[in-house]
Design a protein around this ligand. Structure first.
Ligand SMILES: NC(=O)c1ccc[n+]([C@@H]2O[C@H](COP(=O)([O-])OP(=O)(O)OC[C@H]3O[C@@H](n4cnc5c(N)ncnc54)[C@H](O)[C@@H]3O)[C@@H](O)[C@H]2O)c1
Length: 252
């Protein structure tokens, strides 16, 4: 296997579970030192332990709440203090919408979804960009969603946050491209994770059959592949895209 990320340091928020966990492992398999950052202090360390013990790569768990700018600052400082650099970041931590329609969403749902899924990405980008600017370059991928590209009725508030993530991504991409920092977003369709299980429960399997032309959910590893590519030198001319990885859902 080519070790494309040898000597690179990668930070993954929401790395304890689902897409973040799969992406942390995918980077480690390509030789990166990986910081697994998450609010989940139980499963996060388990992922870091798997990377060090199971894969033989360097890893560190950092407890973070992406809604808190001081906590996010500490996450980036801990990364740089332990590994000396930060080359790539995947801003992925997120929570599902709890409302079936924006008409019935309450204020608490709005605030939770916006603060984690949108403001959290902004906090992370600020801290990461400060470091990458000083270091002379880097790559950032934000996790948006298909709901950031099209209107999904059951994802009114979540979709607004994810459209915002794409807006932040494009603005940062344009502002920092000349500083050798590439910023892009990935837009997954339905992926089999704890988040979709919590959101759709027993409906998940039937929903997945209609979700896209492939007629199935993605596995988290299929999203991880796109994130790794966007962070790699193979994507050196890819700047400011919102890449659907959705089995063709947005194509129809
Ligand atoms: N699963 C899907 O179908 C799907 C589709 C499109 C986009 N996404 C996006 O992918 C990302 C990951 O979702 P997933 O499906 O892997 O979910 P998941 O629930 O498996 O993982 C989300 C992780 O984020 C962490 N997290 C939540 N709030 C946090 C906070 N405030 N600070 C730090 N960490 C926090 C959780 O502890 C968890 O480990 C989310 O941004 C989600 O919106 C998921």
């Amino acid at each position: 296997m080519s070790r494309t990320f040898d000597k690179k340091v990668v930070l993954v928020t929401g790395g304890a579970s689902g897409i973040g966990r799969a992406t942390a492992i995918a980077f480690a398999k390509l030789g990166a030192a990986v910081v697994v950052a998450d609010a989940d202090a139980q499963r996060g360390p388990e992922v870091a332990h798997y990377i060090t013990s199971g894969l033989g790569e360097q890893s560190l768990f950092v407890s973070v709440d992406v809604t808190d700018p001081d906590s996010v600052q500490n996450m980036v400082e801990s990364t740089v203090s332990r590994f000396g650099r930060l080359d790539c970041a995947f801003n992925n931590a997120g929570v599902p919408d709890k409302a079936s329609s924006l008409r019935v969403s309450d204020q608490a749902n709005w605030e939770r979804v916006m603060s984690v899924n949108l403001e959290g990405v902004w906090h992370c980008m600020k801290a990461e960009l400060d470091h990458m600017l000083a270091a002379g370059g880097g790559a950032i991928v934000n996790n948006a969603s298909r709901s950031g590209l099209v209107g999904v009725p059951s994802d009114g508030i979540y979709g607004a946050a994810k459209h915002g993530v794409i807006g932040l991504t494009k603005a940062a991409a344009v502002e920092f491209a000349s500083s050798a920092i590439r910023v892009n977003a990935v837009c997954p369709g339905l992926v089999e994770t704890a988040l979709t299980q919590a959101r759709f429960g027993d409906e998940l399997v039937s929903r997945s059959r209609q979700a896209n032309p492939l007629g199935r959910m993605a596995q988290p590893e299929e999203i991880a592949e796109a994130v790794v590519w966007l962070c790699s030198d193979a994507a050196s001319f890819v700047v400011g895209v919102a890449l659907p990885v959705d089995g063709g859902a947005t194509a129809r």
